[in-house]
Ligand binder design. Structure first.
Ligand code: EPU
Length: 340
């Protein structure tokens, strides 16, 4: 049966910035069968598609003249253990944070460093979510996706997803061509805490925890994120708006000679990942307000909707950040969210 199609549908409740924008068509899909049924509808032929997960990595700057698809595939099941990992499959529509918490409670730890990241499980591979020393790619087995061209479900390995820093093929060649239906996780049987990230180590120390279990890491990450990052249910935002830029060792040396307090993290390749939050703070934009958009006062990497902002206002704020950082440091900040 064809999933119900809504025309001229408001997307304000479907993007964590909470901006107003409409989709010409909107529908919810719960399975591959729903997608197959949609393909037969002549009203949708040739229209662009926008796949919506939790809408927490999306900036809508205009109405979308196409089909917005809200993915609501549910379920979490154990597939068994192979080698050194527990394998589980989770539906793309499941909430990410609730799934992480459930897995910890089930005795299947391994994702706790990624607690409280907003969004859905199906969106997690799109930008290879990461935080506090862990990326999804490290706990990923494969995924099932709907391929719109061939009208069938395909399975993709990590290699085929081409994961990078906040990146995968779903942000490029496969954007709107494949829709993630479910994700298979590989969680380590021999669990070890990943508690080296400076902020996390400090939080655990302050809590008097020297040998954290997964729940202790989960609680510490939740506490740090609650302190530093705005709750999208209260202040519209999409987490970090920019990626931390990676510069060559030479560029880094030139910058640090001029700005000794510059924060950077050497990469295995020899390049250096700069803390974009530091760069934005250094150009004086932390806490800035332009119209109804702004830069969050507690984390300069986060742009916020101060109430009623349009996507265009937020984009203008982003451009000002990019321009000022480029002018001061010669470094261009790439946005993390998908911008429509
Ligand atoms: N910093 C500043 N001023 C700021 C913010 C940061 O100077 O306003 C400097 C500080 O030196 C701080 C350093 O930047 O120590 C790093 O800050 P933080 O630990 O908050 O991490 P981040 O690099 O700003 C990244 C991710 C976050 C993730 C945290 C923790 C990106 C783009 N962002 O932020 O991910 O939660 O690390 O691992 O890589 C997201 O992707 O949406 C996201 C929130």
């Amino acid at each position: 049966m064809l999933p119900r199609l809504h025309e001229n549908f408001p997307l304000r409740g479907f993007n964590s910035f909470g901006v107003e924008a409409r989709a010409r068509w909107f529908c919810r899909v719960c399975s591959a069968d729903d997608l197959a049924a949609l393909a037969a509808d002549p009203r949708l032929a040739g229209l662009p598609r926008l796949v919506l997960g939790g809408g927490s990595n999306l900036l809508l700057t205009r109405d979308f003249d196409g089909l917005a698809i809200k993915v609501e595939v549910s379920g979490l099941r154990e597939l068994g253990d192979a080698g050194d990992a527990w394998h589980l499959e989770v539906g793309a529509g499941e909430n990410w944070h609730a799934t992480v918490e459930r897995l910890v409670a089930m005795g299947r730890p391994g994702l706790e460093n990624l607690a409280l990241i907003p969004g859905s499980c199906g969106a997690a591979p799109v930008q290879n979510i990461g935080a506090y020393g862990l990326e999804l790619a490290q706990r990923f087995d494969s995924l099932a996706a709907w391929d719109f061209a061939s009208q069938r479900v395909v399975r993709m390995t990590a290699e085929e997803c081409a994961f990078g820093y906040r990146d995968s093929l779903f942000k490029h060649a496969l954007a709107s061509r494949r829709l993630i239906l479910s994700v298979r996780l590989a969680l380590p049987k021999q669990w070890r805490s990943l508690d080296g990230y400076a902020d996390l180590a400090r939080e655990l120390r302050e809590r008097g925890v020297s040998e954290p279990d997964a729940r202790a890491i989960f609680d510490a990450v939740v506490a740090i994120r609650r302190r530093k990052l705005p709750d999208p249910a209260i202040i519209g935002n999409a987490g970090s708006f920019f990626k931390n830029p990676i510069v060559s060792r030479e560029e880094h040396q030139a910058l640090i000679a001029r700005y000794p307090s510059l924060v950077g993290f050497p990469q295995p390749s020899g390049a250096v990942k700069l803390a974009a939050g530091w760069l934005i703070e250094a150009v004086g934009l932390k806490g800035a307000t332009r119209g109804r958009a702004g830069v969050y006062e507690k984390q300069a990497l986060v742009l916020v909707n101060r109430g009623g902002a349009t996507g265009a206002e937020i984009l203008a704020m982003a451009r000002e950040v990019q321009d000022k950082v480029a002018e001061a440091f010669g470094v261009w900040l790439e946005p993390e969210p998908v911008i429509i």
